[in-house]
Design a protein around this ligand. Structure first.
Ligand code: ZN
Length: 138
């Protein structure tokens, strides 16, 4: 069995944002040379997510509005975690959107369902953060 590891780094200039990382995961898969196996992609921070959904800007706007309704950033004083920090909402948003995805690799390609793409979701940006790609198989 082969294994391959790669980190993707981000520095999103805003507090929140979504980045399509599908091409970077496909590039890592090519670099790995693995044709059959699994790829795991996870956020390495507890205020960011990796998730799979549609690459459609209206939907991304809807996610942002929905998450902000579920866990509004302001007022920061509403959260007990914000005791010297202001990112409680980012922890809650990450919990809803998830930590990681696993995708099957078949014939050297990501074996997606229709319209599936992989995204990094940032909820407390404006600093360097990263996601892990781990690929295993043969
Ligand atoms: Zn925190």
């Amino acid at each position: 069995m082969k294994s391959y590891r790669k980190e993707l780094w981000f520095n999103i200039p805003t507090r929140r944002g979504f980045i399509n990382i599908t091409h970077q995961v496909e590039e890592a898969l090519r670099e790995s040379g693995i044709k059959e196996g699994l790829v795991l992609v996870n956020a390495m921070h507890i205020t960011a997510s990796v998730f799979i959904n549609d690459n459609e800007s209206g939907l991304h706007h809807d996610f942002d509005v929905w998450l902000e309704k579920l866990a509004p950033h302001e007022p920061v004083s509403q959260y007990r975690h914000n005791n010297g920090e202001d990112n409680a909402d980012a922890h809650l948003k990450r919990q809803v959107m998830g930590r990681e995805v696993i995708v099957a690799i078949t014939n050297g390609r990501l074996d997606f369902g229709p319209w599936e793409q992989i995204f990094y979701g940032e909820f407390d940006g404006r600093r360097k953060k990263r996601a892990l790609i781990k690929i295993i198989g043969e």
